[in-house]
Design a protein around this ligand. Structure first.
Ligand code: BYC
Length: 314
């Protein structure tokens, strides 16, 4: 069985829900896809914080649409995870108990409007670099969900860059705001790609199974190379004195990432971890009546259908 499975992986044949798969492959996918779904949903919180304070009606409508897109991404990803045999309730329980992680990036606060620009440019930009290869991931439902998600992410990235560009063409105070946001979001964005390859317990196996198509460090380097060029259009700087183009490698060298800070945030001690989980817990509690009503409605419908299918004997 294992050899047939690996043969399919090697031939780039997608694994589908009813196909045989090693239990560890299934568990890895449940872990990664559910954590990805949680990240989309928790990711709505820092941006949602600015919907009521967007500077114009147009910016408000765009931000509203973006945050709604993130909800949609979360829902496709929860559905893709359900095909692996875990329920939505179990996934939510894992998030709320702290067993399942969500992206470290969403544990930082959004202090000014420029943060919405920086999130779009850097956070969605990092998401695209990480997620475009996932359109070719070996598990069919995940790969197909990623195609649509990536299309929407590129719109998100463009809107973020547009916010920053507008600020940079404004007053000195606005340019300072944009620079300050980039200074705060740059290093956490690099951490989104996960720990360095030599400290990443899952990468080697996930690359072999073609769940991940590139390693964490490979994707991080791609991201740095792109941003180092794009920041010039803004006339701003990335907050890294060691950032420098390396003629020999053809890539940008960059400074040392504070991995201690990364693990602090991942392990629940970032600036907003508590607030984010409290918001999700509240949403879950407040939604209890909706879930109960949906179950009651479905039960009633089933009873009605059964009574139509089997009319009482005359
Ligand atoms: N934050 O062996 P590793 C978005 C954990 S949403 C927190 O490298 P793996 C967006 C990792 O889970 C962004 N935890 O793991 C949404 C593991 O712990 P567990 C989310 C992290 O899975 C709204 C441990 O560290 N994107 O883009 O091979 C608006 C060891 O790591 C992080 C995805 O989820 C982190 N940054 O690689 C805008 C994409 N990094 O699980 C944007 C799909 C690592 O053993 N996921 N950890 O307890 C992936 O590509 C991979 O799961 C990762 C990690 C590259 C993130």
């Amino acid at each position: 069985m294992d050899a047939r499975f690996m043969d399919k992986i090697n031939k780039e044949i997608k694994i589908e829900p009813k196909d045989w798969m090693p239990d560890k492959y299934r568990q890895t996918l449940i872990r990664q896809i559910s954590q990805h779904a949680h990240s989309e949903i928790v990711g709505m919180l820092p941006e949602g914080n600015w919907i009521t304070r967007a500077p114009t009606l147009k910016r408000k409508a765009i931000l509203l649409a973006k945050v709604q897109d993130e909800a949609g991404h979360g829902l496709y990803l929860y559905s893709a995870t359900e095909t692996l045999g875990i329920s939505r309730d179990e996934m939510t329980e894992q998030l709320l108990s702290g067993k399942a992680k969500y992206s470290s990036i969403f544990n930082y606060p959004t202090l000014t409007w420029a943060d919405i620009g920086a999130i779009g440019w850097l956070v969605d930009g990092a998401a695209i670099i990480n997620q475009v290869p996932l359109c070719r991931t070996s598990y069919g439902p995940y790969a197909r969900a990623m195609v649509r998600i990536c299309k929407e992410e590129s719109f998100h990235q463009r809107q973020g860059f547009d916010i920053l560009l507008t600020l940079c063409r404004g007053t000195q105070q606005q340019r300072n705001m944009a620079q300050d946001a980039i200074n705060r979001w740059w290093w956490p964005s690099l951490m989104m790609f996960g720990p360095p390859d030599d400290a990443s317990p899952h990468t080697a196996q996930s690359v072999q199974w073609k769940i991940k198509r590139f390693t964490n460090d490979e994707l991080r380097q791609k991201f740095v190379d792109i941003c180092a060029v794009q920041v010039k259009t803004l006339g701003l700087q990335l907050p890294d004195p060691d950032l420098k183009y390396n003629e020999q490698t053809g890539h940008y060298d960059f400074g040392v990432i504070n991995w201690q800070q990364f693990w602090q945030v991942v392990n629940g001690n970032g600036p907003c971890n508590k607030e984010r989980l409290e918001a999700r817990q509240k949403a879950w509690n407040d939604g209890a009546w909706v879930r109960e009503a949906a179950v009651a409605y479905a039960t009633k419908r089933k009873e009605q259908e059964q009574s139509i299918a089997k009319p009482a004997a005359a």
